[in-house]
Ligand binder design. Structure first.
Ligand code: AMP
Ligand code: ZN
Length: 455
């Protein structure tokens, strides 16, 4: 079995081979916790979760770290604007700490509801200020930084391969086009440390060798990943929006500070979830959260199923109609499987096909197609044991039967119908069956009594 992953660095599928033996160090860029995470954010983490599950399936030992950005992410991707956390704190009349804790808890609950396997470590930017300052000091000692009126900046012209990940041209026009040059020497230079504005007091600010302030957004990921995963590690994930700025800058500062080449071996990026043709975005608002979908009657695992119908590198356009078909498919799958008996066998043929799909750059739509043809193949043996293995990657609880909540009124009709049948009053039994159906339930007569299902 050979796992191939598409590496953004080099832009091709490569055979996955960890830096050291069988252990995989994996870092996923976490969310900025100033607001609810939307279903687009969740797509990013379900992609990372599938990747982790495939690695585990293939026998690798994974150590995963995810950060929580609770300071330093400004409202523009350049180094301008307000700190998103401070802005939310002001708006909600709560402290930045409270805001971060509140939205992080909801995020964790959301992840749990889509069967996300939690990372070995959550790391918060505000809890690693010392590590970030130390890294900036290292960069300063090596001559990569300069100071302006508003902060300490990384001089990207000092790095030969700057922009390789984002395929930026020499002038870095792509990353730079939204950025005002200000006091910066180059368009692509970015803040490592920002000073608190004179005369105003921020909720979150710290002393540093350069002045009171807070870390820039990118430095947290470099400082924390190297602390927990070492100077070099295997996989870094994030959404595609991070390629040209955030990850490009992470590489520049990490390789310069740590004195390594090929800081991260494989860069994997997930495509956007769009709505109405546009990327769902926290700053634009008007998006769905998992809670809202649940309130509309969509289980979070239906959303997970929906995500698996698209390849992680392909953009998906979210609609409730698509979610409806995911709901129907998942329900049908679970219903079929609830009827299957365990024969104790493994079906090697279908398992091989499944493994081929997941090892081909996590081709989950193909893996789902394999699952469906397996389920529909009346002659195929080994369904239960084999699908249990497959579900360790799908994460859809395929073999967990749904808790059927039957209203008391319906239960009474079922009882009345049983009585009518016992009295051989077939006309009444049929009438009651119709009434039960009008209430959305179906009743079957089995050797062990009536079996009630949702229609
Ligand atoms: P943020 O909190 O904006 O930094 O986003 C957290 C993660 O979600 C990052 O990896 C983003 O790339 C990702 N992300 C944001 N919006 C979307 C979207 N519409 N579709 C998929 N991923 C997204
Ligand atoms: Zn990051």
């Amino acid at each position: 079995m050979v796992l191939k992953l598409y590496n953004t660095l080099g832009r091709k599928k490569q055979v996955f081979k960890p830096i050291k033996g069988n252990s995989v160090g994996m870092y996923s860029c976490g969310p900025t916790v100033y607001w609810y995470q939307h279903i687009g954010n969740i797509r990013s983490y379900v992609f990372a979760d599938v990747l982790k599950r495939v690695l585990i399936y293939d026998g690798f030992k994974v150590k995963e770290v995810i950060n929580i950005t609770d300071v330093g992410h400004l409202t523009s991707d350049g180094d301008e604007g307000e700190d998103k956390m401070e802005k939310a704190a002001k708006k909600e009349g709560r402290s930045a700490r409270e805001i971060a804790d509140y939205y992080f808890k909801i995020f964790e609950k959301d992840l749990d509801s889509v069967n996300f396997i939690m990372p070995d470590k959550w790391v918060k930017a505000s809890g690693h200020i010392k590590e970030q300052i130390d890294m900036i000091k290292k960069l300063e000692d090596k001559g990569f930084v300069y100071k302006t009126d508003d902060g300490v900046y990384f001089d990207t012209s000092k790095v030969k391969n700057y922009g390789e990940l984002g395929l930026l041209d020499k002038e870095g026009l792509e990353a730079g086009k939204r950025v005002d040059l200000g006091d910066k020497k180059n368009k692509t230079d970015f803040a490592l440390w920002k000073f608190s504005e004179k005369g105003s007091k921020r909720q979150q600010e710290w002393k540093s060798p350069w002045g009171v302030g807070f870390p820039g957004w990118h430095i947290e990921c470099s400082a924390m990943s190297s602390k927990y995963l070492g100077k070099r590690f295997d996989i870094h994930t994030g959404g595609m929006d991070h390629i040209t700025v955030h990850h490009t800058n992470e590489i520049a500062q990490s390789e310069s500070a740590l004195g390594v080449k090929g800081w991260v071996k494989y860069w994997l990026h997930g495509a956007f979830l769009n709505f109405g043709g546009e990327k769902i975005s926290k700053s634009k608002g008007g998006f769905y959260t998992l809670t809202e979908l649940s309130e509309k009657g969509y289980d979070p695992l239906v959303f997970r199923y929906y995500l698996l119908t698209g390849h992680y590198r392909t953009q998906m356009n979210f609609t409730l109609e698509n979610l409806d078909s995911a709901k129907t498919s998942l329900k049908r799958l679970k219903n079929i499987l609830s009827e299957v008996k365990d024969d104790g066998k493994i079906n090697e043929m279908y398992l091989k096909k499944f493994e081929k799909a997941i090892d081909d750059d996590l081709d989950m739509p193909r893996a789902l197609a394999v699952l469906w043809s397996f389920v529909r193949d009346a002659k195929a043996v080994g369904k239960i044991k084999t699908i249990k293995k497959m579900d360790s990657v799908f994460g859809l609880d395929l073999l967990v039967s749904e808790k059927l909540e039957v209203p008391v009124g319906v239960l009474k009709l079922v009882k009345d119908r049983e009585k009518a049948r016992a009295e051989k009053d077939w006309a009444k039994a049929d009438e009651l069956r119709d009434e039960i159906a009008r209430k959305g339930f179906k009743v079957d007569d089995t050797g062990s009594g009536s079996k009630v299902q949702k229609i």
